[in-house]
Design a protein around this ligand. Structure first.
Ligand code: ADP
Length: 677
């Protein structure tokens, strides 16, 4: 029996000790009667010392502990009542107080068993969690605040961008208007000076006139430079990718320097690498501008010796060629200190330069801005008193396409007479200048002072070629050409007379159906060559009608070119017809959708219609320029500022291109069908 009791008591002890939480038994009077080791540790007193002491004394709030203890007696148990135990050395332990009374066999209450669950870790975790939550909330608040600020900043930035864009546009417009206003009288001054210089003059008169001409030319260069720079600043410098004959194109440009070089008793040496493919893809206008700037500097800074323009093929692979252009002179040279800065805006190699040679220090800055965005690099080597070499390297795509009608220069042939030209030009001085030039060539001419009058004159007369100014009152050159091509269905060659080659949208000229452009001040030999090139009279005795036919056979301006399709289908007529018919079915609804999108200002619809048009451009051999217009429309649909600015014009151009392409393709379709039936 005794044995059993001992066993039970041991069993009870091991249960008590198994608990890691403090466990006490307390008498009804509140004295500790037993405890486990965890309790000893938490309070810091030995079992012997603890037994018989007041249980409540070991809590931070003894009164509260007493109340909980009384509650146990009242309810026979209590659960999870929070209290704090204190170690004799001060350390506090948070516990959840769980108690239950225990009775003897007769039901008499002997005391209370208390388990105090140590919740220090739980509490710490809870505090940490709370802190983390608070930190997270704070971070969220900060983030939200930052977001609000960023949104506000974006709004401000967008507004600023809008204002800046409007300002840039206003500046561009102002510069373009102003340059037109200055250029128009300048062109007349230079043009008439050239005409006068060809008449019989005394030496003195010749000298004075030459001075007028040189000053006029200098002023024109300056205006062009300022405009170009404004364009670079505005990020509006665009580069075309069109097929052109590099050799002929450079020769024609160098010809412009012949007189000046002769006047200065210099020699111009041209070295052109014969291995350069004849037709390349690039931007001939910008290339001209670059070389023109370099050669005019070479001429300006050289008083004796020669100027060498060398164009060398550096590398060639299947797709492209790398070409080095170099302009070498035997002029004054540039000092080593100054050589670093000559490409900067308004930098001249010495303070005396402007006084001695003129110029503004803009030319080379522009050259750099024209070379680098095309992926090229520009270099200079120079020795004072020996000379300078400016060189740049550019890549050009190879192509099997034909060059845009790129005419070489033709000598004046007095035998060619029966060519009738319609000059459409509003400024009286320019009209007179064109008349004088055309009289010199021996060509007949009529003059219309705006597009509307030109169209009226065309109803009653036949012209071999039209020279069309762009900016005119009542009906401008673009509108007139559109009418001539689309309403009158005439294919008469039209050459744009542009006051501003550098900024004029050449793609726009072509989109409305012009064949070519010539920049003012008009170079007489270039004008002559272009007219002859387009009219191409094979037989001088031919009637006017024949000459018109010969033009349309030899240089038809066509929107589509089926050579690609023919290659791809291996000239299979069935396949070609299928592809063409596909284009003819899909395009008209796309044109309607595009116009509807513009009308409704539904930019997504507009973008999606144009997006669907683009792939068929290359298949049907529609010029890259037109594809670029389509791409521009696509890009501009994302730009609110540009929606109202020129979008309608671009869409109209695209509509024209696609409508014309459809007309031509219908004809092609019928022709293939006829040939294979
Ligand atoms: P500009 O010729 O209008 O002064 P540029 O930007 O074309 O401006 O040239 C900047 C400067 O570089 C010139 O003022 C001149 O001092 C120097 N420079 C340019 N080309 C040559 C050259 N071929 N020979 C000597 N100096 C040159």
């Amino acid at each position: 029996m005794e044995n059993t009791i001992t066993q039970e008591s041991q069993y009870a002890r091991s249960l008590i000790e198994a608990s890691l939480d403090p466990l006490f038994t307390i008498s009804p009077a509140g004295k500790i009667t037993d405890m486990n080791n965890a309790s000893v540790n938490i309070i810091g007193m030995s079992r012997e010392k603890l037994i018989g002491t007041d249980f409540f004394d070991y809590f931070t709030e003894p009164q509260k502990a007493r109340e909980v203890y009384q509650e146990v007696f009242a309810k026979e148990f209590v659960a999870d009542s929070p209290l704090t135990l204190k170690h004799i050395e001060g350390k506090l332990t948070d516990v959840l107080f769980n108690g239950s009374i225990y009775k003897d066999t007769s039901g008499k209450v002997l005391g209370v068993v208390i388990v105090a669950r140590d919740i220090t870790d739980q509490k710490r975790i809870a505090t940490e969690l709370m802190e983390a939550k608070e930190a997270a909330e704070l971070a969220t608040q900060i983030a939200e605040e930052a977001k609000r600020k960023a949104e506000k900043a974006t709004l401000i930035a967008e507004e600023a961008t809008r204002i800046a864009e409007v300002a840039v546009q206003a500046k561009q417009q102002f510069l373009s208007n102003m340059s037109h206003e200055i250029r128009t009288p300048m062109n007349a001054i230079i043009g008439f000076t050239k005409v006068l210089l060809k008449t019989d003059l005394e030496e003195k008169q010749k000298e004075f006139l030459s001075a007028i001409k040189v000053s006029g030319e200098t002023l024109t260069v300056l205006i062009n430079d300022i405009l170009d720079l404004a364009k670079v600043d505005a990020g509006k410098m665009t580069f075309e990718q069109i097929p052109f004959k590099m050799g002929t194109s450079i020769s024609a440009m160098l010809h412009l320097f012949e007189t000046k070089i002769q006047e200065k008793n210099l020699e111009l040496i041209k070295i052109y690498d014969p291995n350069i493919p004849e037709v390349l893809i690039g931007d001939p206008v910008r290339l001209h501008q670059i070389i023109l700037n370099l050669v005019s500097n070479a001429v300006k800074f050289t008083t004796d010796g020669n100027i060498t323009v060398s164009i060398k093929l550096l590398n060639e692979d299947e797709q492209q060629v790398t070409i080095e252009f170099a302009v070498t002179d035997t002029g004054i040279g540039i000092t080593q200190e100054k050589i670093e800065t000559v490409f900067e805006v308004f930098q001249q190699a010495s303070s005396g330069t402007s006084r001695l040679y003129g110029g503004t220090g803009l030319g080379l800055a522009i050259v750099k801005q024209l070379v680098e965005p095309q992926g090229g690099s520009i270099n200079v080597k120079s020795k004072v008193g020996v000379g300078s070499t400016f060189s740049f390297v550019l890549n050009f795509q190879k192509t099997n396409e034909k060059a845009e009608l790129d005419l070489g220069l033709v000598e004046l042939d007095p035998e060619i007479k029966n060519i009738k030209v319609l000059v459409v030009e509003d400024i009286a001085l320019n009209q007179l200048l064109m008349k004088t030039l055309l009289d010199d060539f021996g060509f007949e001419q009529d003059i219309a002072s705006n597009g509307k009058i030109a169209i009226e004159m065309m109803q009653n007369n036949t012209y071999d070629i039209i020279l069309m100014d762009l900016q005119m009152p009542v009906m401008n050159g673009f509108e007139a050409t559109e009418y001539i091509r689309n309403t009158m269905n005439s294919k008469v060659p039209i050459i744009a007379l542009t006051a501003d080659v550098t900024t004029v949208d050449l793609a726009k000229c072509k989109a409305v159906g012009m064949n070519d452009y010539i920049s003012k001040p008009v170079d007489d030999r270039l004008l002559y060559s272009k007219i002859i090139g387009y009219v191409k009279k094979p037989n001088l005795d031919d009637s006017k009608k024949d000459s018109e036919n010969s033009y349309s056979q030899s240089t038809p301006f066509k929107y589509v070119d089926l050579s690609y399709l023919s290659r791809r289908t291996k000239s299979n007529p069935q396949l070609m017809m299928e592809m063409i018919s596909l284009y003819l079915t899909q395009t008209p609804p796309l044109i309607i959708a595009m116009k509807q999108g513009l009308h409704d200002k539904d930019w997504n619809a507009l973008q999606s219609a144009v997006h669907k048009m683009i792939p068929s451009f290359s298949i049907m051999g529609i010029s890259k320029d037109f594809e670029n217009i389509a791409k521009k429309v696509q890009e501009d649909t994302d730009n609110i500022v540009r929606h109202n600015n020129g979008m309608a014009r671009l869409v109209l151009q695209l509509e024209n291109v696609c409508t014309e392409a459809c007309k031509e393709l219908e004809e092609e379709f019928n022709a293939i069908k006829k040939a294979n039936s």
